[in-house]
Design a protein around this ligand. Structure first.
Ligand code: PFF
Length: 451
């Protein structure tokens, strides 16, 4: 280990950091959540607010997280503790690390469950069960599957075991090896699917029009809040995942350039997923506003009607599973790194401990479509809905703003100058974005949504 490296390991190059962070960013958020939220919130207007949030809020916050992570070179909780002390800031700033860990557990609770659904659908598609199926069949198959507590818990458990296995192998042999193979595979599969959807659906331009035509009647502040929450969720911001990954980033790489590359990769995957899904939805006369079931009901149905659909259906759900795994390892990383630092555990023991806890919290979401489906709060949110809403729409934006305020106003100048040495030309713009634009934009959306 070279001096100044993290005890947890290091990415072997800037490219590997980009792949790992893009692996974290690209996930269920892009393929499952983005299309259904865009569908529920009227398409184009949602997409525009989302894109504005990515560039004006997301990239500054991502650079702030990388900056803090690389300055601290430890788990987010320890990094925030040390940087708070080093900068002479109020000790309350340390809470940012803890809040992130809490948000991480809330997110993994539903993430692993949905990823489990995706694994199950690889086999359901492969069995040919959807060949020639009608809408009635596809939606009752979905309800029957999610209503079966044993299956849902079983697939959730399998997904968590896979995540723990990779996390246990460590930064170099686990995380890096995984993203090195899965990320290129994911891009390849996705491009194949876009072409397939464009060529065979016959409704490609309708999908494009839905995603990009601006329909201002459909604008609501609640929709804007969802778009902002989605920008945080999709870039993995506000809970320390990117901070944790930044801790293993080589010293010389430029932060702003890297953050921009990651955001562009992530955005292109979200848009491509929309271009796979919406043409298929319209080709089959389905509802774009179907909600969380969009991907699991409409796609099997669409594939079931198409030439080669059985194979492409399998390919699609393999892609979703790959994307989910490279994200879930990043959801565990902040807590695993902290447990290793604090508890003196080996990486393997730490991963098992944290993964077991995450699995347990996840049971709440696994039960939300069956034995706990009747328990709702706040006007109809199940445990799963509550975790999703509170973590994504509130905790991630609040965490992200605190991170960027700390990086912009509190961190000692010397550290900022050192870390941003590769971005000198853009430093003044960066400062304005980090100090003013990002925090203000988030505050405006909060105020206008809730007041
Ligand atoms: N960015 C991931 C996705 O779009 O699926 C989800 C995610 C991963 C959110 C890691 C937050 C996080 F820390």
């Amino acid at each position: 280990m070279a001096s100044g490296d993290s005890v947890h390991g290091m990415w072997s190059s800037r490219l590997m950091f980009i792949l790992a962070a893009a692996g974290s960013a690209v996930g269920l958020g892009n393929i499952w959540r983005f299309p259904y939220l865009a569908g529920e919130n009227g398409g184009g207007v949602f997409v525009v607010v989302y894109l504005l949030c990515i560039f004006l809020v997301g990239i500054p916050i991502m650079s702030g997280e990388i900056l803090l992570g690389r300055s601290g070179r430890q788990s987010p909780i320890s990094t925030m503790r040390d940087l708070t002390a080093r900068s002479g800031a109020h000790p309350a700033w340390q809470l940012v690390g803890w809040m992130g860990a809490l948000a991480g557990f809330m997110i993994i609770s539903f993430y692993s469950v949905i990823a489990g659904w995706a694994i199950s659908y690889i086999f359901q598609m492969g069995s040919g069960a959807f060949n020639g199926a009608d809408a009635q069949y596809a939606s009752s198959a979905f309800s029957a599957f999610t209503g079966d507590v044993v299956s849902v818990v079983g697939w959730h458990s399998l997904f968590m075991v896979l995540t723990i296995f990779i996390a246990a192998r460590g930064v170099g042999r686990g995380l890096e090896v995984t993203v090195k193979y899965l990320m290129p595979a994911l891009f390849f599969l996705l491009i194949t699917l876009v072409v397939y959807s464009a060529v065979t659906s016959g409704h490609f331009m309708e999908g494009v029009a839905f995603m990009f035509s601006l329909n201002f009647d459909k604008f609501t502040w609640a929709g804007a809040l969802s778009a902002m929450g989605q920008a945080f969720f999709t870039l993995s911001l506000g809970m320390g995942a990117i901070m944790a990954y930044g801790a293993y980033m080589p010293k010389s790489a430029s932060i702003l350039g890297t953050a921009t590359t990651i955001a562009l990769l992530d955005t292109s995957v979200a848009l491509m997923s929309g271009l796979v899904i919406f043409p298929l939805v319209f080709a089959n006369g389905l509802e774009s506003s179907a909600g969380p079931g969009l991907m699991f009901i409409t796609l099997p149905l669409a594939f079931g009607q198409m030439v080669g659909g059985q194979i492409f259906g399998v390919v699609f759900f393999v892609l979703v599973t790959f994307a989910a795994i490279t994200s879930s390892i990043s959801l565990l990383e902040p807590a695993v790194a902290w447990v290793v630092e604090k508890g003196g555990f080996s990486r393997a023991k730490g991963a098992i401990l944290v993964g077991a806890l995450a699995w347990f919290v996840g049971l709440g979401s696994a039960f939300s479509t069956n034995i706990w489906a009747g328990f709702t709060v706040l006007g109809g949110l199940t445990f799963f809905g509550l975790m999703d809403y509170v973590a994504n729409n509130i905790m991630l934006p609040v965490g992200g703003v605190l991170i960027v305020l700390f990086a912009g106003w509190k961190l000692e100048q010397k550290t900022v100058d050192e870390q941003m040495a590769g971005d000198l030309r853009f430093l003044p713009v960066w400062r304005v974005l980090v100090r003013f634009v990002a925090p203000l934009a988030v505050s405006v959306i909060f105020v206008l949504t809730f007041v």
